[in-house]
Design a protein around this ligand. Structure first.
Ligand code: 3H9
Length: 647
């Protein structure tokens, strides 16, 4: 089947691209479009060309899968120039997403008509590259420098209405896109054509513009290199002639395409798209998800309930008494109010989200729901009592899930009637924000129930990773090793602040000690104490010493660091130095990069053990856990990717 087909509607030719799933610009498609220009140019009857796409979207960009191989002609910049220079004006008819090379093709067209549901964007920086076919050179000519800087350096797509306001598209239509674009073309032919974008002038920005943008972009990039490089391409587009700016952009694109960051971000791109549809579940239909229950209205339960409501499911929230129900509802209200404050929801939407939650102490209210997620106190007796109730009241085919992070789900499942519908769904706090969902089947879990866990993740917009059963599953098990290794460095005499600074320099938002101070040291401490009381030999950690001295983190005014009242800035603590003095070697310096390499290596070593034991199915799954649950810098690709070449 041909990737490009041409039809004629009177004086308008339609060129239709059909390269599923997302019309990515493979070499064959570029070739097809190259020839389409010649065909339309050669047809004397044709006065304008409408570029359409079949399937779910307009051209979603270059074919990312081709980035590992040398570029083959026709190159995209040449194709865009050829469309721009065609004898007949081209009109891009955009539905779905016009992204990256797709939007660059659209900017080669003389006009852009978009469906109201469409979006356009230049997301290349999210793949560690810059646009490579004129995106940085044409976008400021089309929409002005400020809009282009936002589009190119954030990589965030914009919706049709905003795209029109910015000048990125000429018309927004509803209904029949092809018909509307052809009508637009006929209308356009009645007037003098605007010049091609490459020939338009750019208004120079005000003095100090670039310095201010550089500071902003560097801050937002958090160590990723592409956004600043994209900014320098935009600057060149403003300060140099078109052809010179194109050469500069192309050279930057080709350089970055082969970079480590681009390889890492491509790895994450494909991992994120593979994870939601695991191959071993192919053919297992998920069960319907039309309504849900959550047991427990604390921080975690309320966050889960909010995530379910955000996805449109009605939710029954169970708590043990009326007061706790009221607290749970208040927690939800606070989440939705926060969304209103941040402009994510209108007050009406927030009210509707809350109205869809039924708070009650009556388990019987769960009789009809498709799924229940338990998020009560981490104590086996409490959890088993909940599941005994659920077994009594829920439909026999309702999926029953525990959100435990440390307990063995097999012990929680013991005694549940129809245990094949039981599984672990481990959310990360705040559950309505964090993208990661660890899905933990027990031996009895039916494949359709496991598939339902993945379907839930898709519904909630989360990244699902299947984890086997061990203490801490994938993420918390690696976290434990990471913290132990960080303590190990401190024992060797490396300063606490030096460890944190090294991990920040590596791209983490926080180092391991700052992060513990923020979250509280007591949770992990209590868990270790529990294990000790159960007779396990759990060595005393440095964190234990601090908690025993009342230093539980920011909430107690101090943990690994001291905090001035009301302040969140960590200050090295003489009290901590004193408390730990007998356990620490004399102060010794270690290079930040060596610290980071050591700690990343430890995480990866635990990851390899996890893979070996079959707790994770693939190294990429471990990388997704770290990136989406633990703040691992995305542009490093995760610990498994980062250490892939190490022995
Ligand atoms: C670029 O354009 C560089 C140029 O400036 C310069 C060149 C010289 N390539 O996301 P989905 C696959 S850089 C190859 O689940 P959705 C994806 O792997 C590129 N494959 O669909 C998946 O495969 P499978 C700039 C791609 O409906 C399938 O398509 N463009 C590409 O939820 C479905 O994907 C981007 O960064 C690709 N470019 O969302 C756009 N894109 O079925 C990236 C997708 O085998 N793409 N696939 O698992 C997206 O943002 C979303 O895919 C999109 C659709 C919004 C389009």
């Amino acid at each position: 089947m041909s990737l490009v087909s041409i039809a004629r509607l009177g004086t308008i030719a339609t060129v239709t691209v059909d390269n599923p799933p997302v019309n990515a610009l493979s070499q064959a498609l570029r070739q097809g479009l190259w020839e389409a220009v010649a065909t339309c140019d050669a047809d004397p009857e044709v006065q304008a060309v409408v570029l359409l796409c079949a399937g779910r979207t307009f051209i979603a960009g270059a074919d990312v899968a081709e980035f590992g191989t040398p570029p083959v002609a026709p190159h995209l910049p040449d194709l865009v120039a050829r469309i721009e220079g065609a004898a007949k004006p081209w009109i891009a008819a955009i539905h779905g997403s016009a992204l990256g090379g797709g939007f660059e093709i659209a900017m080669g067209c003389r006009f852009r008509v978009a469906l109201d549901s469409a979006s356009v964007g230049l997301p290349e920086v999210t793949l560690g590259i810059v646009p490579g076919a004129g995106g940085t050179v044409r976008s400021p000519r089309l929409a002005g420098v400020a809009a282009a800087v936002e589009l190119v350096t954030t990589g965030r797509p914009v919706k049709a209405a905003r795209a029109q306001a910015l000048g990125l598209v000429d018309a927004v239509v509803t209904g029949d896109l092809a018909g509307a674009a052809c009508a637009f073309a006929r209308q356009a032919l009645t007037r003098p054509l605007p010049p091609p974008i490459s020939r338009r002038a750019i208004a120079a920005p005000e003095a100090g513009f670039w310095t201010a943008r550089e500071a902003e972009v560097a801050k937002a990039a958090k160590g990723a290199g592409a956004p600043l490089r994209a900014l320098s391409c935009l600057r060149r587009a403003v300060e140099a002639p078109f052809a010179e700016a194109m050469d500069f952009e192309r050279a930057t694109f080709l350089e970055l395409r082969g970079s480590e960051q681009a390889a890492a971000l491509r790895h994450v791109f494909f991992a994120e798209r593979t994870a939601p549809r695991p191959r071993h579940l192919a053919g297992h239909e998920p069960l319907p998800l039309r309504s849900a229950g959550v047991v427990g209205g604390g921080t975690m339960g309320a966050g889960i309930a909010a995530a379910l409501r955000d996805a449109g499911l009605p939710v029954v929230l169970i708590e043990r008494d009326a007061e706790a129900v009221a607290r749970g509802i208040a927690n939800l209200q606070a989440i939705f109010d926060g969304a209103v404050k941040r402009g994510k929801l209108t007050p009406e939407q927030a009210a509707a989200r809350l109205a869809g939650v039924t708070g009650t102490t009556e388990y019987a209210a769960l009789a009809g729901v498709d799924l229940v997620i338990e998020a009560v106190f981490e104590e086996i007796g409490v959890k088993r009592a909940v599941f005994a109730e659920l077994g009594r009241v829920c439909r026999a085919d309702a999926v029953l899930a525990t959100n435990t992070s440390y307990l063995d789900p097999r012990l929680i499942a013991a005694g549940v009637p129809n245990p094949h519908r039981f599984l672990g769904l481990h959310f990360f706090s705040p559950a309505n924000v964090m993208k990661l969902l660890e899905i933990v089947p027990v031996p009895d879990t039916a494949p359709a129930v496991l598939a339902t866990g993945f379907a839930l993740a898709r519904l909630l917009g989360k990244i699902p990773v299947e984890a086997g059963i061990c203490e801490g599953f994938i993420g918390n098990r690696i976290l434990k090793r990471y913290r132990a290794a960080a303590e190990g460095l401190v024992r060797q005499g490396v300063a606490i602040a030096a460890v944190d600074a090294a991990m920040r320099a590596h791209g983490f938002a926080m180092g391991p000690f700052e992060a513990q101070d923020l979250g509280g040291l007591d949770i992990a401490f209590l868990q270790r104490e529990g294990a000790r009381q159960a007779g396990q030999a759990v060595p005393e950690t440095l964190g234990d010493v601090l908690v025993r001295a009342g230093r539980k983190g920011q909430k107690t005014g101090g943990g690994w660091y001291d905090y001035a009242p009301g302040e969140r800035r960590p200050q090295p603590s003489p009290a901590v130095a004193e408390l730990l003095s007998s356990q620490l070697a004399p102060a010794s310096a270690m290079a930040p990069e060596a610290i980071a390499q050591h700690l990343v290596g430890e995480m990866a070593a635990e990851g390899r053990a996890i893979l070996h034991e079959g707790i994770a199915r693939a190294p990429a799954d471990i990388d997704l856990v770290e990136i989406h649950g633990y703040g691992y810098p995305r542009w490093r690709g995760g610990p498994m990717f980062e250490t892939r070449d190490r022995a």
